[in-house]
Design a protein around this ligand. Structure first.
Ligand code: DGY
Length: 431
């Protein structure tokens, strides 16, 4: 099958999905399942929009940044009040969020900070250098606040690594990496009503046990006014997620590139970046798995589950070419011949082929690894993975995620990040 022959038809289909999901200023990930604005979804959407309508990409990012908090924190959901009760949990679960713009309603946790890198890439797609610089100059302060906020508010014991405090912050909600906490039977004090399983089969979504922990943590975090240091002692969940931290590192490097282009000093100093990289390797590298793992801050030990998060360092630029190549080959070797990257390795006992982050293949994760391999000069691996990713969507449709054996589409339909990133892979091919 030649992806090239179908590129223009795929781009037409992707464009119509993005336009349909456009909620006046932001792109809903999938309007029935996720009707509000999500942080990393919007960053990915902006990368796709930039190829189709650069000003629309700018608008996506402005809307997202309008949800920023006083201290720079950028939450994972910006609620659209017009949506009503179509999504759980709504803003009533996140009282008193300290937003900069009165009237904004947001969640009280974050998501992988892809945004600075998206802004760097979107900027580079603007051929008018003055327009690019003017736009970057307008965003430099909010981005600086956003990236530094994590170092100020989410680090402990002198380590520069960032602790995520809720599985939703990792983006990989029900990854088996988090079973150590979901297995403990936490439940919130109030009743809640799930909306997700009205849209997607329950077999493809997190379990009730997972939701018990999610909602318990929502109450804990909101009950302590979103101040990590206040609930650190009592939370069962504070982890150094290998993917989140790699995404933060790359975001910091890309933000420094923006600052440099504007003639400003780096936002994150070379000393901090080098300390971060050392800590990333020291805490997260697992010699026997030959992969990065996550670290449970409370138990002070690595979490013994191998997932695609372990390849995040390739995107982050935290490993050299030789290490990236051997990690990538090692991951595929454990995948029983799949050419795409299942979210959890199939040899892990908790692997489930069709349940959300416990096995399925995700386009944005494959995209991160493609771009990381490309930047490290591993172009033939990057091109092969890009080709497989686009072919999967061509075969199966614009789904949220895909069965790793059969390629069947799973989860939400007509998914924005799948559309946006296929546009990017086709319009900015690996070279
Ligand atoms: C959900 O509702 O499943 C989201 O992943 C939380 O952000």
């Amino acid at each position: 099958m030649s992806v090239r022959i179908n590129a223009s038809e795929l781009i037409t289909q992707a464009t119509s999905i993005l336009r349909r999901n456009d909620q006046t200023g932001y792109t809903a990930p999938s309007p029935r399942l996720y009707p509000h604005q999500w942080n990393w979804d919007s960053a990915f959407a902006a990368i796709g929009w930039a190829h189709l309508d650069w000003n629309r990409a700018v608008r996506e990012i402005d809307t997202l940044l309008s949800a920023q908090w006083i201290d720079g924190f950028l939450p994972h959901i910006r609620y659209n009040p017009a949506v009503g009760e179509g999504y759980h949990p709504g803003p009533e679960w996140w009282p008193n969020v300290p937003v900069r713009n009165p009237g904004e309603q947001t969640s009280g946790i974050s998501q992988p900070p892809v945004l600075p890198t998206a802004i760097y890439l979107v900027g580079m797609m603007q051929p008018d250098v003055d327009a690019r610089r003017t736009w970057w100059a307008r965003l430099l302060t909010p981005l600086r606040d956003m990236i530094l906020c994590y170092l100020r508010t989410r680090t402990v014991n002198g380590s520069p690594l960032i602790a995520v405090v809720h599985p939703w912050e990792s983006g990989a909600d029900n990854s088996p990496r988090w079973d150590f906490a979901t297995g403990r039977g936490f439940k919130p004090s109030r009743a809640y009503r799930r909306t997700d399983t009205q849209v997607v089969a329950a077999t493809q979504r997190p379990t009730e046990r997972d939701y018990g922990l999610y909602m318990y943590l929502v109450e804990l975090i909101a009950g302590h006014r979103y101040d990590f240091r206040q609930y650190l002692e009592m939370t069962p969940f504070a982890v150094y997620d290998a993917l989140f931290n790699a995404i933060w590192f790359r975001a910091a490097v890309d933000l420094n590139r923006i600052a440099l282009a504007l003639g400003e000093s780096p936002v994150v100093s070379a000393e901090i970046l080098s300390g971060f990289k050392d800590a990333f390797h020291r805490f997260l590298w697992n010699q026997s798995a030959q992969l990065f793992r996550d670290f449970d801050v409370k138990a002070a030990g690595q979490i013994p589950v191998d997932t695609v998060a372990g390849l995040g360092a390739i995107y982050g630029g935290l490993v050299d070419q030789a290490k990236a190549e051997s990690m990538f080959a090692g991951y595929l070797a454990r995948c029983r011949g799949f050419k795409l990257l299942p979210s959890t390795l199939p040899d892990e006992p908790q692997f489930e082929a069709d349940r959300y982050w416990r096995g399925p293949v995700w386009v944005p994760i494959n995209w991160l690894v493609v771009r990381g391999l490309q930047d490290l000069g591993l172009t033939s691996h990057a091109a092969a993975l890009a080709d497989e990713t686009v072919s999967l969507v061509l075969r199966s449709g614009w789904f949220e995620y895909f069965h790793p054996h059969t390629g069947e589409g799973l989860g939400g339909r007509d998914f924005s990040w799948t559309a946006a990133l296929v546009v990017d892979l086709l319009r900015r091919p690996v070279s």
